[in-house]
Design a protein around this ligand. Structure first.
Ligand SMILES: Cc1cc2nc3c(=O)[nH]c(=O)nc-3n(C[C@H](O)[C@H](O)[C@H](O)COP(=O)(O)OP(=O)(O)OC[C@H]3O[C@@H](n4cnc5c(N)ncnc54)[C@H](O)[C@@H]3O)c2cc1C
Length: 366
């Protein structure tokens, strides 16, 4: 019997595996996709995440990021990271670096999808293996979380009535071959959508769009390649004329990928010997760009709880490490969803640079 089976070899699953291996536990990761795994992401790794990766012995190549710039066509505001630079990193590069470190520590990766599991008094059986613990790091729409919620009637955590709930948001991303024009992550704001520009190398920038799904587009959960007969990405970019000017003539450098709906309310993270981490454990929005950093913090907390043989402590540890980023994202998302407040976000950031800097640095360290 192994100590830990991790379902999902994304950044959080691999970081959990590395943390557990460093703590002396035997670990296998089940990941159905081929390394290096790509995913729709803004690819801005915040300073705290860079630090957490380094603590695991993972130092991916990337483009140093000095801070954040908000723009809305008429206003702009900049905030510089005070303590350490962030890093723009292609997901494939990040995945390869994490996978390499995990392999060096003796973590086995099994090319498998965890389709079901059985929980016993002292172990869990899944993917043909017996493990003392099963960690579900299987992403936003975690099949394992859904099974657990169904079996225990816990249900998803969302309590807001359907009428008051804002439209679900989705993410799309594509890369362009063009030299970065800034070492700040640019967040372009338009009515109902934001475009994130993150340099990831000397000649490629990533553009991630966050928005509600347009009328006529297919609904339902998704995470994958989003290229279709209608280029909805190009159509949506027209809401950002300043960005379109920057990208004029630049060739796309990756397939279009999408993910969503982003918000996943989750009531609990610990179901006996099955524990949730990363996006699978609950997610609000990519608005503040700290999903990887928060997930890495959860991975560290989870590895410590499992190494100590105290899985039940993880729920409180999860709340402690996830709370700061969660509250910040919730606040900004709430403002974003208020018709009167939303157009005032970038002007306010420009008028109150000290406040903008404090919030950006709070997010950077969260
Ligand atoms: C548009 C967009 C922009 C974003 N921008 C940023 C940003 O700039 N900075 C940032 O820090 N975060 C950003 N995020 C958030 C970030 O991408 C996620 O928080 C992060 O990927 C979470 O990692 P994870 O390992 O939990 O999940 P994932 O990266 O989704 O990995 C889950 C893995 O589980 C595997 N899997 C699925 N089902 C199973 C199964 N049944 N069995 C085994 N394996 C399975 C999948 O193949 C996948 O590899 C963004 C997200 C979106 C959508």
């Amino acid at each position: 019997m192994i100590d830990v089976l991790v379902a999902g070899g994304g950044p959080v699953g691999l970081a959990t595996a590395i943390g557990c291996a460093l703590a002396g536990l035997s670990v296998t990761v089940a990941e159905p996709r081929v390394t290096p795994v790509d995913k729709a992401c803004g690819e801005g790794v915040m300073p705290a995440a860079v630090r957490r990766l380094a603590a695991l012995g993972v130092t991916p190549d990337g483009y140093p990021l000095r801070g954040i710039r908000y723009l809305d066509g008429r206003h702009q505001a900049e905030a510089v990271f005070r303590h350490q630079a962030g890093l723009g990193v292609r997901r494939t590069t990040l995945h390869a670096a994490l996978a390499e470190r995990a392999a060096a520590l003796g973590v086995t990766v099994q090319p498998a999808r965890v389709a079901g599991f059985e929980q016993h008094a002292d172990h869990v059986t899944a993917a043909g293996l017996d493990a003392r613990y099963l960690v579900a790091a299987d992403g936003l729409h975690s099949p394992i979380r859904r099974t657990l919620e169904r079996e225990t009637a816990a249900g998803p955590g969302q309590r807001v009535s359907r009428r008051r709930r804002p439209a679900p948001r989705y993410g799309l991303r594509r890369h362009y071959r063009v030299a970065p024009w800034s070492d700040l992550v640019e967040v372009h704001w338009a009515a109902g959508a934001e475009a994130y520009v993150t340099p990831v190398s000397a000649d490629v920038v990533g553009v991630a769009l966050l928005c509600a799904r347009a009328a006529g587009e297919p609904d339902g959960p998704g995470d994958g390649v989003a290229d279709g007969p209608v280029d909805g990405f190009a159509a949506r970019l027209t809401a950002f004329p300043g960005l379109l000017d920057r990208l004029a003539g630049a060739a796309p450098a990756s397939a279009l990928r999408g993910a969503g709906p982003l918000r996943q309310d989750v009531r609990r993270r610990v179901y006996g010997r099955v524990l949730l981490a990363g996006d699978a454990s609950g997610y609000l929005d990519a608005l503040t760009g700290e999903g990887i950093g928060t997930g890495l913090a959860q991975a560290g907390a989870l590895a410590a709880c499992l190494a100590a043989g105290r899985p039940a402590d993880y729920e409180r540890a999860w709340r402690r490490v996830s709370g700061p980023a969660w509250r910040l994202t919730a606040g900004l998302l709430w403002s974003r969803n208020q018709p009167l407040l939303a157009p005032r976000i970038v002007p306010a950031a420009q008028r109150l640079p000290w406040l903008f800097s404090a919030l950006v640095n709070h997010a950077a360290q969260a």
